[in-house]
Design a protein around this ligand. Sequence first.
Ligand SMILES: [Zn+2]
Ligand SMILES: [Zn+2]
Length: 570
Amino acid sequence: MTSLADLRHTAAHVLAYAVQDCFPEAKPTIGPSIENGFYYDFDRPEAFTPEDLERLERRMDEIVKANYPMKGRVVTRAEAIEHFRDNPYKVELARDIPEGEPITLYTIGEFTDLCRGGHAPSTGEIGALKLMNVAGAYWRGDEHNPMLQRIYGTAWNSQKELDDYLAFLDEAAKRDHRKLGAELDLFSVEEDAGGGLIFWHPKGAIMRQIVERFIAEGLRERGYLPVVTPHVVSEKLYEISGHLENFAHGMFGPLEVEEQRFRLKPMNCPGHILIYRSRGRSYRDLPLRYSEFGTVYRFERSGTLLGLTRVRGFTQDDAHLFCMPDQLQGEFEQTVEEALRLMRAFKFERFDYFLSTRDASLRTENDPIAEGAIRHALEKFGLPYEIDAGGGAFYGPKLDINLQDAIGRKWQLGTVQVDFTLPQRFDLKYRGSDGHDHRPVMIHRALAGSMERFFGVLIEHFGGNFPAWIAPVQAVIAPISEHQLDYARAVAKKLLDANFRVEVDESNEKLGYKIRHWKTQKVPFILVTGREEAAGGTVNVNERGVEGKRPSISVEEFMNELRARVEDKA
Ligand SMILES: [Zn+2]
Ligand SMILES: [Zn+2]
């Protein structure tokens, strides 16, 4: 059976065929399959319009129905160049195929393309397809080259699969954290401040505080100590750590001050190491666990920035553990346990684990020890994992934890890394029970990853319907008329005094409007207060996502209900 990738790549040929028929002046360039679909880049002076895409889609359907066989043949370089003489892009591609590699042309119907292969046997295999949109793309991804038009499409085995995929996209669009972030007034990116830098608005900042407090609690229970380190430090530090050598492309700076070069910190580790090294350490001090919500800055090209998930400044729930080699296993296990506690609290249920080993050029005799600790921890908790060869950090192998959100999308968040390299670079020591100096091992770990990215994922996971324990406003008190406003304020005061996050709707709108408004704000509870409620000291609870009217209950009863929700993290 044809793989989806081959099916989609075939659909890219079908698209180029349709473009040749409908817009013969357009020059096809390349057309690979991608995750969930395919694209094809064309050089055409005029922009493709939505109507053009519809026309192309109709022609593509005909090409699919005609069920043209995909016929391949090997040609010489000269033949290929001759065939594509009117298309400089294809000529360039044909010239660049390495000596000794076969050059192949593939034909469906009246359309021939230069291609390496990987196709369905015929166009009729494509069960359903759809063109999605057009975007600009430079030839060969280089901004000095001409700008092409990239037509994106998707192709599936059946109409049902396509419909399911489109429904999934719809759901994903509704959950888009950039859209919800603006609608719910959680955060923004400000043009005047530059891309990839996040402004947390009060409601977003409240949620971040709650998440940070939850994480800090887990760390305190596990014996972590808080530290705080500077955002700007001398470049010398990153010379010692190896960041300048291995990570300079990702660092902001240098800034020159009094003939000294400074850098914005791209990672918290070197700072934590300086604290460890600031005094003599004995085996009795170990393990030492330093934690910091550490804000770091990393350069990302502006074209790759995306909402909260690809940013230039972010805060990691970072910690560094310094331990003796025989403590490595236990320490690694407790970090995995903590990761599970964190993810489960936020109702993530499916995870993928990757043991990422270091590139062969970086491996030392310590790598197998570090990999062993990771492997044993995973096995102890019965967690299945895959190996990501070469995916490790420059200083050591690591465990990456990917999670799936409520609609099945996968996100990479937490990582735990074992490091024998930095202790060596910084010449870290501890005095052993034998009276001699020994080298500690380090674990780097950020379990939520970055607060920005984690928050973006949370918004999409919950679709903005945050559970009461993290919702920035847990309840809104909506008086039916201005006569109940004082009562509504009194109810709010009671709730605020009990540490709940509430607001009073003081607008002059009708009740129906108020309820609709707060529902779009996805507030968990709307407490309606009318004449009866004011007289009886009760509230009428309107719960998010729950239909039907409930009898009014006392404010105390409601507080107990809300408290239980918060405690269960339900
Ligand atoms: Zn092909
Ligand atoms: Zn680190």
